[in-house]
Design a protein around this ligand. Structure first.
Ligand SMILES: Cc1cc2nc3c(=O)[nH]c(=O)nc-3n(C[C@H](O)[C@H](O)[C@H](O)COP(=O)(O)O)c2cc1C
Length: 214
């Protein structure tokens, strides 16, 4: 692990910028491992963890990804690109594993497990058209963990919406899989030419007390 002191959460939030170009330097394996580990600590609805994180470090695969992402240079210059895919129905296979892990850790007592066994399938099945939205919410929370964890360890990142979903699915080998959706693409690495802070809207526009009114 790098000996550079890790930034605090607040420092990481304030320092993070959307990096458009990266240095060619590789990310040390232990640093990448730590970023992934911290990402996977993210919360998710019922702890179902619908994210499927695809780590891309192969140059040809990054080239292909850039082609379906308007050739944005952060994809080809980053040493690692993370694709945050989600499995819409994966919980059906992983539900029992989630219960087993939480029970073994003593986090989910038998009473809670009984409640979850009753409630979760009903909740998930009632989502209907919102199934994708709910899975994507979880993945974006995980991606936010990634960006801040990366920042705290001296790396930069870029949240990316600018890609064609079917193209990304093809590149990760999920072309014909209707269970898989793409939530986000995020290159990470050591930043070059980090943009300046573009500021944020005044609070009168974005923060309200009690109701959405002046
Ligand atoms: C969900 C999401 C998608 C984004 N997609 C792209 C993108 O495809 N390409 C890009 O260059 N920046 C993208 N951005 C970066 C935003 O433009 C950037 O966050 C915003 O301008 C504020 O700048 P900052 O992140 O440096 O503070 C995206 C950001 C978010 C949160």
């Amino acid at each position: 692990m790098s000996t550079t002191p890790e930034l605090t959460v607040a420092q990481s939030i304030l320092q993070r910028r959307s990096c458009k170009r990266f240095k060619p330097d590789a990310i040390p394996a232990d640093v990448l491992e730590r970023v992934i580990d911290l990402t996977l600590h993210a919360p998710s609805s019922f702890n179902m963890q619908p994210w499927r994180l695809i780590v891309i470090d192969d140059a040809a695969q990054k080239e292909a990804l850039a082609k379906v992402a308007w050739n944005q240079p952060q994809i080809t210059t980053a040493p690692v690109v993370l694709v945050f895919a989600v499995s819409l129905r994966g919980w059906e296979q992983t539900f029992e594993s989630v219960i087993k892990i939480a029970s073994e850790l003593g986090a989910w007592p038998e009473k809670f497990v009984t409640m979850a066994r009753g409630a979760v399938p009903g909740f998930q099945n009632a989502l209907g058209a919102k199934e994708r939205e709910y899975a994507v919410k979880d993945a974006l929370i995980a991606a936010t963990h990634t960006a801040l964890a990366a920042e705290s360890l001296g790396l930069s990142s870029c949240f990316m919406n600018g890609w064609d979903e079917s193209g990304v699915k093809e590149i990760i080998g999920a072309k014909d899989n209707p269970d898989i959706a793409i939530a986000l693409v995020m290159p990470i690495g050591y930043g070059l030419d980090l943009p300046k802070f573009a500021g944020r809207l005044p609070r009168e526009v974005t923060v309200f007390k009690g109701t959405l009114s002046k």
